[in-house]
Design a protein around this ligand. Structure first.
Ligand SMILES: NC(=O)c1ccc[n+]([C@@H]2O[C@H](COP(=O)([O-])OP(=O)(O)OC[C@H]3O[C@@H](n4cnc5c(N)ncnc54)[C@H](O)[C@@H]3O)[C@@H](O)[C@H]2O)c1
Length: 322
């Protein structure tokens, strides 16, 4: 089997490439390295048939060349991170909407099934936790830039399901919750690598809001292990699955757990969201996946404990300057 991973040099994509190579796939990556790093692929560079195409998914001939002969497509390339969304909304919307359309069209032409990496952002401001896949989206006003990302991922889902229904493309949608691990950059606003690097640098560690907001963190290795199982499962076709960890932790507790491991004397400073992301920024208090559907299809989904995840992220940050 040859498999294409768009965005394969990123956090989740690079771990996915390792799973695919381990099962014997020839892995092809297309990535423009906007937020990914070539070094992330060190473990698969020498695996048989591995190919790296440094190009954007907007480059139609590069995309067609990369997809040729592939029996599966994992579409992960996207503009990600709150910082990116707030600072570069045009880039975010174009990459996530027009870019996904190109990948779906290329996959249709190649006859290859597609796994689409979507986001729990599509639940928006819903307070109906845990979030169930068929629940309503509750999105904020279009004047607030952050909802553009949520909308772009929702449009991706609509588009993938439309390609399935109308054109017969085989698709599955993985709606990801916070996914972390070694290799994640903190440059675009991802909370865990940012807190870890702030603490390693002597602080202060900056928590936005009062830190009572909660998230559920899953490890990129565990999350990406689910993808080939979903794409290969006949019961997953044209369906949406929450993928993540359902154990909740407040951002303040997360900061405290990082601090206890790295530097117990480090200051944790709370900063209003408005100061960090501008006056029109809205955040969400809780975001918890309902994993019933995923468990029913795949059985138990192995999800690492947060302490083990933190150890890995801290060790990586110590060894790798940003
Ligand atoms: N990490 C999370 O918490 C999380 C949560 C929800 C959804 N997701 C989704 O998972 C996917 C992977 O995210 P990640 O956390 O690994 O982020 P990442 O930034 O590490 O990976 C994204 C990759 O896409 C590449 N890319 C961006 N634009 C591109 C383009 N035009 N052409 C080719 N490559 C391009 C980047 O260089 C990067 O390597 C994304 O679709 C993201 O929306 C991630």
């Amino acid at each position: 089997m040859r498999a294409l991973v768009t965005g394969g040099a990123g956090l989740i994509g690079s771990h996915l490439c390792e799973h695919l190579a381990a099962r014997g796939d020839e892995v092809v990556v297309i990535d423009d390295l906007t937020s990914g790093r070539r070094e992330n692929l060190a473990a698969v560079e020498s695996s048989p048939g591995f190919r790296f195409v440094e190009a954007s998914i907007f480059d139609e001939s590069a995309l067609a060349g990369a997809i040729a002969g592939c029996g599966e497509v994992y579409h992960l390339a996207a503009a990600v991170g709150v910082r990116m969304i707030v600072d570069r909304p045009v880039h975010t919307l174009e990459t996530n909407i027009a870019g996904t359309e190109r990948v779906l069209r290329a996959a249709l032409a190649a006859g290859a099934p597609v796994l689409l990496a979507s986001s729990s952002e599509v639940y928006g401001k819903s307070v109906a936790v845990p979030f169930q896949e068929d629940a309503d989206m509750v999105l904020g006003a279009t004047t607030r830039a952050r909802w553009g990302y949520a909308c772009s991922k929702a449009v991706d889902e609509f588009m993938a399901l439309a390609f399935a229904r109308e054109l017969g493309l085989q698709v599955v949608i993985a709606r990801l919750f916070n996914t972390v691990g070694a290799r994640q950059t903190g440059r675009y606003g991802m909370v865990l690598p940012r807190l870890v690097r702030q603490c390693l640098g002597g602080g202060p560690m900056v928590v936005y809001g009062d830190g009572s907001q909660t998230r559920c963190f899953a490890d990129a290795w565990d999350v990406s292990a689910v993808f080939p199982r979903l794409l290969g499962h006949p019961g997953a076709r044209a369906r949406v699955f929450n993928v993540g960890n359902d154990r909740e932790v407040s951002i303040m507790a997360l900061a405290e757990r990082v601090r206890a491991r790295v530097d117990p004397g480090c200051e944790i400073r709370c900063v209003p969201y408005a100061e960090a992301y501008g006056p029109d920024f809205e955040d969400l208090q809780r975001r918890v996946p309902d994993l019933t559907r995923l468990r029913a299809l795949l059985g138990e989904v192995p999800m690492r404990e947060l302490d083990a995840i933190l150890d890995g992220v801290i060790a990586y940050a110590r060894a790798t300057p940003e």
